[in-house]
Design a protein around this ligand. Structure first.
Ligand code: B12
Length: 482
């Protein structure tokens, strides 16, 4: 049957696009799958691989009313604005629709941007389908729109049910699988949401009902990925282990297929038996959101774990021989220098218990509507006032309201070197020098006089500029594609 209505979905570039493991653009892929199943013709462009020129050609040959663009808080916004601007310049009648967590959190500010016509808040499948099917804007739940300068927000849409989630599949026909399965590595997401209420996480407000694919459904999707050459799977679920029955069935499957995998687990859910089972069923690494070595800060973050849980997890992974990767945060409103030192002490303790484990320290950036955001405002945090300013946020840079900015940035930057085994394994002289200084700083806890910070900023800005230029191939000022 001829598909009548057409639409385009775009996933803009990410910072360091070339250096990152390319996760399939699931945010738009699941929407595309929902549309395809309802007879809408949809074309997906991932700007990490596709060019502006390709979108331009497609839109010149096809009548499309709406183009959907996905963006996360941070550098992706910048790239999303470039493409929105480009499309508005070349196709003035096309309506630009933004979706994703950032636009959901700040629909009003997003719509104040002249290149954006509509925002879909929350899960995009149903509202976007209704929009491209021609439903009256007034009747589309989850839609925000503007008439002249006035902005309107319809009521929230319902989230997808468990059975609707189970109907979804990865629409491989819309993308080039080789882009996303490299050397056998493949990243998949098999669930949505998380029942916990960490005060810094968007899940606590929008998405705290866990809904996952059944084990059978996961197996079907993984089988397809294996056919396409996947061998090592990384699960990017916020809470992969939420359903233990599902996990038990998947463990058997992993063993049968000899799959190697990694996934996220809460430290308080780890025990010896689970760790051993995971190891015996192909688990190579577990990721833990440890966040802080100070109990006071863990409580501010509402993590519902204690410092001992973190330390215990290191002993368990050490005894079972599973590799672990701990993610830590600094720059939390209410955190003092003593708290930061406590975090450093616990990181060192964990490394002593399990020398193989990896870690990284990130600087918290408060997202509007989360509990931590109001704490930060009370401490003098001055949030970006425009959409494009949100695009300037970098996770290794501390906001101005934080005391000891340089200390936090130096901890974060050097953690990326000390905490990752790739730097120990690599013998290139510049890396060895970097490693030497970073190790010294961590041993002595000397994070002042951050020359590396300065070099890093210069180096990163330079790379950023080169990559921005190379990836967008578009000059927003001259409107030329090179
Ligand atoms: C994989 C991932 C990444 C990958 C990249 C993803 C990719 N495709 O290559 C990497 C590792 C690179 C990454 C980086 C970052 N990430 Co990230 N990432 C994720 C993760 C784990 C999964 C994303 C995903 O695919 N989800 C599944 C899809 C189906 O859900 P979704 O994206 O929310 O999409 C739905 C809706 O939002 C909406 N929607 C989304 N886009 C659109 C577009 C349209 C048109 C419509 C209508 C609807 C719509 O509909 C979708 C389907 O229902 C999420 C956590 C999570 N579980 O979602 C974090 C997450 C998205 N990341 C986040 C952040 C902040 C980042 C960073 C900015 C971190 C940082 N501080 O540097 C960087 C950005 C890097 C950059 N350079 O720009 C935050 C976003 C929060 C926010 N305020 O936007 C999340 C939610 C993690 C968290 N809990 O804080 N990330």
């Amino acid at each position: 049957m001829e598909k009548a209505l057409k639409t385009v979905l775009v996933y803009p570039q990410l910072e360091f696009a070339g250096a990152q493991i390319p996760t399939p653009p699931y945010s738009i892929l699941f929407i595309a799958d929902y549309l395809l199943k309802r007879n809408i013709d949809v074309k997906v462009f991932d700007l990490r691989f596709d060019s502006y020129q390709e979108i331009k050609e497609y839109l010149s040959d096809n009548r499309v009313e709406y183009v959907g663009i996905s963006a996360m808080t941070g550098p992706q916004i910048k790239f999303a604005l470039f493409i929105s601007h480009f499309l508005k310049t070349h196709f003035s009648t096309i309506k630009i629709v933004w979706g994703g967590i950032h636009a959901t959190i700040l629909p009003e500010q997003t719509l104040q941007n002249p290149f954006i016509d509509l925002v879909i808040r929350g899960e995009g499948e149903k509202p976007y389908f209704q929009l491209v099917s021609g439903k009256d804007w007034l009747e589309i739940k989850g839609l925000s729109y503007k008439v002249g300068k006035k902005i309107f927000h319809n009521e929230d849409a319902e989230i997808l049910t468990k059975s609707e989630i189970n109907e979804q599949e990865i629409p491989w026909e819309l993308i080039n699988p080789q882009n996303y399965i490299q050397n056998g590595n493949f990243i998949i997401i098999t669930s949505r949401g998380c029942p916990y209420r960490c005060s810094f996480c968007y899940n606590s407000i929008f998405n705290n009902m866990w809904r996952g694919w059944s084990a059978e459904k996961c197996i079907m999707e993984l089988n397809k990925a294996i056919e396409l050459s996947a061998q090592k799977i990384t699960f990017y679920d916020d809470n992969f282990f939420a359903n233990s029955k599902r996990v038990a069935t998947l463990f058997q499957y992993f063993k049968e297929k000899k799959l190697i995998w990694k996934a996220e687990l809460r430290v308080d859910q780890l025990n010896h038996s689970l760790a051993q089972k995971a190891r015996d069923h192909g688990c190579e690494q577990l990721f833990f959101g440890a966040e802080s070595g100070s109990q006071k800060v863990l409580d501010i973050l509402n993590k519902e774990i204690n410092v001992n849980d973190i330390i215990k997890s290191a002993r368990i992974t050490r005894n079972t021989g599973i590799s672990a990767d701990y993610s830590w945060m600094v720059g939390i409103p209410g955190e003092t220098c003593t708290d930061v030192r406590k975090t450093l002490a616990v990181i060192k303790k964990i490394r002593k218990i399990n020398p193989e484990c990896e870690f990284s320290v990130k600087i918290l950036f408060p997202y509007p509507k989360t509990v931590i955001y109001s704490h930060a405002l009370n401490k003098g945090f001055n949030p970006p006032q425009t959409l494009s300013k949100w695009g300037d946020i970098r996770r290794e840079r501390a906001s101005d309201y934080l005391h000891h900015k340089n200390l936090l940035e130096m901890i974060s930057i050097t953690s990326a070197i000390v905490g990752k085994n790739i730097f120990t394994e690599n013998n290139i002289p510049p890396l060895k020098i970097l490693r030497f200084f970073a190790d010294f700083r961590w041993q002595k806890e000397l994070f002042s006089f951050g020359l590396e910070n300065l070099f890093f900023k210069i180096f990163k800005d330079l790379i950023d500029k080169i990559i921005t230029k190379k990836n967008s191939s578009y000059d927003p000022f001259t409107h030329k594609i090179t």
